[in-house]
Design a protein around this ligand. Sequence first.
Ligand code: FES
Length: 204
Amino acid sequence: MSWDKKLINQANKIIKQYPQKRSALGPLLHLAQSKDGYISDDSIEVISELIGITEVQVKSVSTFYSMYKQEPTGKYLISVCKSISCEISNSSDVIKKVQEITGLNNNETDEEGIFTFEKVECIGACGGAPAIQINYETVEGMTPESTESLFNWLKENQPKVIVADILQEKFGGTRSFEWGIKDNSGTIASVPGFQNFNTVGESK
Ligand code: FES
């Protein structure tokens, strides 16, 4: 096994929460992804040993869900929604703008490892369509112009923590609804922000 002791302990704590070890597969894949940014072959082997299922079974789940990445992504994962509400609110123009700026096709990462671009299905922000996510932090009401400004800001500042509220305030338009409470926490890597997996940070 090549996970360090700390990670193995963390994995065992997760496993204990379930009546059957194999039920911990999803959270363990998240843990693996928070370690490397994607699901490595090594992690597949470790998880298979920890919960007593075959590597093929681990792999089949990790490749079924698109949020488990099979390769390293760039520092910023740009996910642009292409589902119906966004589509009828001109998400194709936002997609075109992202591709024009980055030169990337769907699921590609640039050579510098800064941006990965992907088109995704509904991200639950239909009321503020078109919506995009940077490292899973959502911004609603995007236009090609605001997309360009957002990329310029990301390139220039390369923020360590990506916070939805900050992005929304700077670049977003119409929102699904007002959350009321400002949240200064966000993701510190191109994986979903989970307190348990130490992938959440505070913007200063
Ligand atoms: S259709 Fe784009 S967020 Fe729902």
